[in-house]
Design a binder for this molecule. Structure first.
Ligand SMILES: [Zn+2]
Length: 202
């Protein structure tokens, strides 16, 4: 992973070209557009990244993680099987931010202290659900699957909170934001409409 100290403070984004964001690199690539990208080059071969106007993308997810251990690789492979979509190789990926922060806290046994601090209460963690994957159940979390069915969401297209932490007292639902807005369509009239229109399968 390239750190802030490895990256230029500013990059030139021109009409047709962009400079590589890594400090000391003179390479200029084509500017990626929604269409008409045939035959163009967006990759810096020296730094092995694909450069776009809004981010740069590593060739593998692992390069975007703060650490890389076998047990995490195994867990991520299981998560990818139930997770809706994955773009964890982009430098600005919210999913990667979530992983780098919350998986670190979990592994360092700091997560319950964070929850205690947020809620001003003492919590014993029962399960952690990364995207849809329950560590305890070793599969898509049953309670979430049931909630999706209750709201009539299509299978594999359901709502997917980034992290859910089930404790002995409550459920924390965490949605990571990294420059994106916190707006939701499930608000006021839309929310009422959705609740009223929800499929009742039971
Ligand atoms: Zn470069």
């Amino acid at each position: 992973m390239y750190k802030i100290s490895d990256l230029k403070e500013n990059i030139n984004i021109l009409n047709d070209t962009i400079s590589c964001p890594v400090k000391g690199c003179d390479l200029i690539v084509d500017r990626k557009r929604r269409s008409g990208n045939e035959g163009k080059n967006f990759i810096c071969p020296k730094h092995n990244i694909l450069i776009t106007p809004s981010t740069f993308i590593y060739s593998t997810d692992i390069e975007n993680f703060l650490w890389n251990e076998k047990e995490d690789k195994i867990l991520l492979e299981k998560i990818y099987k139930v997770k809706r979509e994955s773009r964890m190789s982009s430098e600005n990926s919210e999913d990667t931010l979530t992983w780098n922060v919350f998986r670190y806290l979990e592994k360092s046994e700091l997560l319950s202290a964070l929850l205690d601090e947020i809620s001003k209460n003492q919590h014993k963690i029962i399960d952690i659900i990364y995207w849809s994957y329950s560590l305890k159940e070793n599969k898509s979390w049953t309670f979430l699957d049931e909630a999706r069915a209750e709201f009539g969401e299509a299978k594999n297209k359901g709502s997917e909170p980034d992290i859910i932490i089930q404790t002995d007292k409550t459920i924390f639902i965490i949605e990571a934001k990294f420059f994106s807005s916190n707006k939701t369509s499930g608000y006021k009239e839309t929310l009422t409409k959705r609740i009223n229109k929800a499929l009742r399968l039971k």
